[in-house]
Design a protein around this ligand. Structure first.
Ligand code: SAH
Length: 516
């Protein structure tokens, strides 16, 4: 048996990239997934932390420029060494690349002194990201073949500068200043003083690669003024050089249709976030609020009974992917697999549910023209369901349209409750504040239960208070039923796609608010 004492610890100094969690390296992510201890910084993207096993030790090392540091560098070094010595796999996660203005070298030196093992994994540095995401090729054959990364943290007025202003001003094509917002007036003055053309274009990029990226362009002469007038704050990078002109043609990130829009996505926690990824691809900044979480039903009795006699049913009807996953999970737990469905026809409410069934090796026999409960009743009724046994696995609480409609058409309907929606607590307060501060452009709903739970979460005293809170916020609903639920609260629906799918909903959102 291996005990902690036998296990040799190791530290991994990993570059987190500039902020977009997709920009960490594959190696970096692999190591995050194995971490036993993680020590991270302010600029290390928080989403990345979700890759780390929940039982790992999380240590926030602070280090927000200008603000009081949570831990001193010495304390960080010590924590790192101690944990490695205790036999742990320690990840030291740093923003951008750990060796570029990241003090990564110093931390590794401490490990070497302590005789401990380490590995370093590079990251996308923010200079590279800021240039790419601002549409500035950091080098270009036509105008520059050299780049310098420079700290802007040093006061350029001090007499013994470690920066050779006289050489870099004219000797290097593109200059990228890190941590240079506060000193921008003196940085630009120094460059001009040492011979750089005052008309040289300059771009300042804040929060590069993130949905709330901000950038401004000017010249060496006026950029400091522009930055101060627009209130651009750190973290931001300053790119100086003729390459900045290419932005006119190459700016792509900030021109995506939903760039700068803040959209609330209300979904169940468990569902894959297709909506979020499509909205983000179009440039939106998504606030994911899990309005419901999926829990097992209070009792499995009805469902287990139905499963035991599965082959006696004529139809098995699915109206959501949650129901599919929960039903097949239970089927397996009861010691069966989908062969138990032999001879049973399957109906799905829509394309997404039908695709989900394919994962279980099952093809839906019936798909309605309109993807709603009503559509399903109409399509099933056409097959003559008189005297047929229909099983509907679904949420404990659900609309009765399907069961009533099928019963009216002469079918014998059995409901199998396979899950229930439970609203999680505590997310409402934050959302209320964002809404009050008018920081939200749109709220999206993908089912009636997301609407109800969203409203519950906001906890307004009446519909009027709710309407006031959502005043000026657009609402998107995936289809007519969800839309109807929104209207029942006296709220308007601004976007509702013609086909009730997530890609169609995103397209409708782009069509509606994309231009502005
Ligand atoms: N090791 C990091 C740099 C750390 S120094 C890297 O390789 O990127 C911190 C400075 O990096 C900030 O003051 C800012 O100038 C810059 N920076 C980091 N992330 C940034 C981002 N997403 N957008 C703009 N600048 C960023």
């Amino acid at each position: 048996m291996t005990t902690h004492k036998d296990k040799k610890g190791k530290a991994y100094l990993i570059g987190a990239g500039p902020g977009d969690p997709g920009l960490i390296t594959v190696r970096g992510r692999e190591l995050l997934q194995k971490a036993e201890v993680i020590i991270y910084d302010y600029l290390a993207g928080k989403k990345l932390l979700s890759y780390v096993p929940k039982d790992a030790e999380f240590i926030y090392a602070g280090k927000k420029g200008g603000v009081k540091h949570t831990h001193t560098q010495e304390e960080i070094n010590q924590m790192l060494v101690d944990r490695v010595r205790a036999g742990k796999l320690v990840v030291r996660l740093k923003g951008g690349d750990p060796f570029i203005f990241g003090r990564g070298g110093e931390e590794l030196e401490e490990l070497v002194k302590a005789g401990q093992d380490f590995e370093a994994v590079p990251g996308v540095t923010s200079a590279s990201a800021a240039a790419t995401f601002a549409g500035v090729p950091i080098t270009h054959r036509q105008c520059t073949s050299s780049v310098a990364f420079i700290t802007g943290h040093e006061d350029p007025n001090k007499t013994e500068s470690r920066i050779a202003w006289d050489k870099i001003s004219t000797g290097v094509g593109t200059l990228v200043f890190y941590m240079g917002i506060k000193n921008l007036p003196s940085i630009t003055a120094n460059l001009i003083k040492h011979g750089r053309d005052p008309q040289t274009p300059v771009a300042v990029v804040r929060w590069a690669s993130l949905p709330y990226q901000q950038s401004v362009v000017g010249t060496l002469e006026n950029i400091a003024d522009i930055v101060s007038k627009q209130g651009i704050k750190p973290p931001a990078l300053t790119i100086v050089g003729d390459v900045v002109r290419y932005r006119d043609q190459l700016n792509w990130y900030e021109l995506r249709p939903l760039f700068g829009k803040r959209i609330v996505v209300t979904r169940t926690r468990e569902q894959a976030s297709e909506l979020v990824s499509l909205l983000e691809e179009n440039g939106a900044s998504c606030l994911e609020h899990a309005t419901i979480s999926i829990e097992p039903p209070d009792s499995w009795q009805q469902t287990d009974q139905a499963i035991a006699q599965l082959a006696t049913f004529d139809w098995l009807v699915f109206t959501s992917i949650n129901a599919i996953h929960a039903f097949f999970k239970r089927l397996q737990e009861q010691g069966h697999d989908c062969r138990k469905l032999h001879g049973v026809k399957i109906a799905a409410v829509g394309r997404v549910t039908a695709d989900c069934l394919l994962q279980y090796g099952l093809r839906a026999d019936l798909l309605p023209a309109e993807y709603t409960g009503e559509g399903l009743v109409a399509a099933l009724s056409k097959t003559d369901v008189t005297g047929k046994k229909v099983l509907i696995p679904r949420a404990m609480k659900a609309r009765k349209v399907l069961e009533n409609g099928l019963a009216e058409a002469g079918a014998t309907v059995t409901i199998a409750p396979v899950y229930q929606n439970v609203p999680p607590l505590s997310e409402g307060q934050q959302l209320r504040e964002e809404l009050k501060a008018e920081k939200i452009d749109m709220v999206t709903f993908t089912s009636s239960s997301t609407v109800r739970n969203f409203v519950d979460m906001l906890d307004c005293k009446d519909n009027r208070a709710l309407q006031e809170l959502l005043d000026g916020v657009m609402i998107a609903a995936i289809g007519p039923i969800t839309g109807q639920t929104v209207r029942e609260y006296g709220l308007a629906v601004h976007v509702q796609p013609e086909t009730y799918t997530i890609p169609a909903m995103v397209q409708a959102i782009v069509d509606e608010i994309g231009a502005g």
